[in-house]
Design a protein around this ligand. Structure first.
Ligand SMILES: *[C@@H]1O[C@H](CO)[C@@H](O)[C@H](O)[C@H]1NC(C)=O
Ligand SMILES: *[C@@H]1O[C@H](CO)[C@@H](O)[C@H](O)[C@H]1NC(C)=O
Ligand SMILES: *[C@@H]1O[C@H](CO)[C@@H](O)[C@H](O)[C@H]1NC(C)=O
Ligand SMILES: CC(=O)N[C@H]1CO[C@H](CO)[C@@H](O)[C@@H]1O
Length: 618
């Protein structure tokens, strides 16, 4: 699941037909927010103000001297940001940057990121938000797919750039560095103070079309090189317009943003939502489990964002009497697994948890909207009413082994029944601006791989989310796994997400990453777990727990004790490398164990030999 909000994608036109007689409260909340955001966007479009910088500017005009941003104790008003971003825009104009040009931005979370982002968009250019954790090949690849000629570089990130300097220059980049110039001995140091803070020409952003791209936001690259998703101004407006209504954001909110700004969760659901609602952003340089709640308390934070493993990291910190002392009213994000949900909500006393599901570039989204006892762990809900009216989300039968959608004899995909897992497909409709798939920049083959045609009727098109979901009879959607992560073992399908959910509930198990590895001479893939465990871990009890709580075929056969889990910048577990490294102890430096009968025992060369020769019973 990749982060992001394009929520207004959903049920809009049909939503117009809600009659009070039919209304179902949960659907109505969703549909009401969709209608509101649809109307708001229509007004924005009618005024030719689709460019996302207008969302910021509307707030600046309303209250220039209010606090817009707090970073490491320093406060910035809307006026200061307005002026700083004008300087950035005027600097880019002086370099001759044209409307539609792309400018690469490699910067950690800090106010300058926002100044440059707004400056770039104010003059009608597109920002390519480069992942700040990259070095070497993925960095070069990201910079090259941006097809830009200006790189704005945070001096703190000079090292990976310096290591690839020659290639970056060969691509035609001129590098400008921002920040402490003593750290850099290449590129041109940039001081925005030298440029005027006067407004940039209005014609650069007026009449931005529904197709124009505000930023390139890259995929996390869990399975390969990052791809540059094209994120339109339209979507930067519609998603936040919906979100602001759905979760009742106002200018009184103080949103804590600790996720990286180069990704859509922080950029769109953090920054753009703040501009849309007038809220203040408390920006952290990066996520830190130890400082998280102190920051929230010191800054009167009312909304926090989470993604993937963040809540788990917070739960792994020692309990504190201050755990419930804060003013957070809403935690929203995606990827909070059911085992964490209740513990997190209870320990920190959070009134509302808003779990949503969407992908940065995809065309549909879901959000959990349920307050009753049903649906714990659901990532989304569509009531009967919303389903009848909105046919844009489909779960289709999927072959785990070939990773292809299953077609019937007429060549059409088949919708799954209730509780049957399949791949989630979301309708692509280019006539509906929010439901148009803008594809990956400069990569038509990657773009076409995500699009499937002639799905249910001839000529229709759907976006392949790459996520396996199921829907129950009450209309709740549950996440199964990423396509490619689920594997087959003993003729059964093993969902890595489900196994890790169960195992991470074991008290001494701090983190677990489940994947399937090939064993020479065996069919399918055997389950393996990379585990970060407390030193007090009793592996026999752990095996007992696993065998009791999981079907035998999905209990990991191999264990690998790792000191820490490798994550992407957006806290997604890396599996590809682990899968590649396999189960041969001679090439793995971590201590390994295997499930011999009903207990985990050391796995060394002799045991490995027994397994691959087929003498061991697995
Ligand atoms: C937080 O709220 C308290 C109480 O209303 C107030 O005294 C304090 O100044 C606020 N702090 C910030 C950083 O806004
Ligand atoms: C596993 O998935 C395949 C589709 O890839 C499906 O045909 C099969 O029925 C599933 N097996 C089980 C045991 O659920
Ligand atoms: C396009 O994306 C694929 C991954 O889907 C990648 O292997 C390839 O290098 C990309 N091509 C370009 C030109 O970026
Ligand atoms: C935002 C929201 O409504 N979240 C809900 C998701 O589902 C669980 C389980 O039903 C609820 O407890 C949450 O409140």
């Amino acid at each position: 699941m990749v982060a992001l909000p394009l929520v207004a994608a959903a049920a809009v036109p049909a939503a117009m037909y809600v009659s009070s007689k039919l209304s179902i409260p949960k659907d109505v909340k969703l549909i009401g927010s969709l209608i509101g955001s649809k109307k708001a966007f229509a007004a924005i479009a009618a005024n030719d103000r689709i460019n996302v910088t207008y969302r910021f500017e509307e707030r600046y005009r309303m209250y220039p001297d209010r606090e817009a941003l707090v970073f490491e104790g320093r406060s910035y008003t809307f006026r200061e940001i307005h002026h700083a971003s004008n300087r950035a825009g005027n600097w880019l104009l002086s370099l001759g940057v044209k409307r539609g040009d792309i400018v690469s931005l490699l910067m950690t979370n800090k106010p300058e990121f926002i100044f440059f982002w707004l400056g770039i968009n104010k003059i009608g250019a597109t920002g390519a938000f480069i992942n700040t954790n990259l070095a070497g090949k993925p960095l070069i690849h990201s910079l090259s797919t941006a097809t830009a000629s200006i790189l704005i570089m945070d001096a703190e990130l000079a090292e990976p750039v310096a290591n690839s300097l020659e290639e970056i220059h060969e691509m035609g980049y001129t590098i400008y560095s921002v920040g402490d110039s003593r750290k850099v001995n290449f590129g041109t140091p940039l001081d925005l103070q030298q440029f005027p803070d006067t407004d940039t020409p209005e014609d650069r952003r007026r009449k931005t079309t529904i197709d124009e791209i505000a930023m390139l936001i890259y995929t996390s690259g869990t399975t390969g090189l990052p791809k540059a998703g094209r994120f339109s101004h339209t979507r930067a407006c519609t998603g936040p317009a919906f979100w602001t209504r759905f979760y009742g954001f106002t200018e009184k909110d103080r949103i804590y943003v600790s996720l990286p700004l180069y990704h859509s969760a922080a950029a769109v659901l953090g920054m753009c939502v703040a501009w849309t609602s007038g809220a203040t952003v408390i920006l952290a340089r990066k996520f830190s489990a130890t400082h998280f709640w102190d920051d929230c308390r010191a800054n009167n934070v009312t909304v926090i964002q989470y993604i993937g493993e963040i809540c788990r990291y917070l739960l792994n910190t020692p309990p504190s009497p201050l755990d419930k002392v804060h003013s957070v009213r809403l935690a929203h994000g995606n990827g909070m697994r059911p085992d964490v949900w209740t513990r997190f909500k209870e320990r920190y006393g959070i009134p509302l948890i808003g779990e949503w599901y969407a992908s940065t570039e995809g065309t549909g989204a879901l959000s959990n909207y349920s307050t009753g006892p049903h649906g714990a762990g659901a990532i989304g809900y569509r009531g009967a009413l919303a389903r009848i009216m909105d046919k844009s989300l489909k779960i289709a039968k999927f072959n785990v082994e070939t990773e292809e959608l299953i077609r019937d004899k007429n060549g059409r995909c088949i919708e799954c029944g209730l509780d049957e897992p399949g791949e989630l497909l979301t309708l692509i409709d280019s006539s509906e601006p929010t439901r148009d798939f803008k594809g990956y920049h400069q990569n038509s083959s990657a773009t076409s791989k995500k699009v499937v045609q002639d799905v249910f009727v001839k000529g229709d098109k759907y976006f392949r989310t790459g996520d396996i979901l199921r829907r129950d009879k009450d209309g709740f959607f549950y996440f199964g796994d990423r396509v490619g992560d689920t594997f087959r073992w003993k003729s059964e399908n093993v969902s890595t997400a489900e196994v890790s959910e169960v195992l991470s509930l074991y008290p001494d198990c701090l983190e677990v990453n489940i994947y399937g590895v090939e064993i020479p001479g065996h069919d399918g893939r055997a389950g393996m777990a990379a585990v970060v465990a407390k030193s007090s871990m009793d592996w026999n009890k752990f095996a007992e727990y696993a065998l009791k709580n999981l079907p035998r075929y999905s209990v990991p056969i191999f264990l690998r004790k790792v000191p820490e889990m490798e994550m992407t910048g957006t806290f997604k577990q890396r599996k590809v490398e682990l899968v590649k490294e396999g189960m041969d102890p001679s090439t793995i430096s971590d201590e390994m164990m295997w499930l011999d009968g009903n207990t985990y025992k050391p796995f060394k060369a002799a045991e490995h030999q027994r397994v691959i020769s087929g003498k061991a019973k697995l």
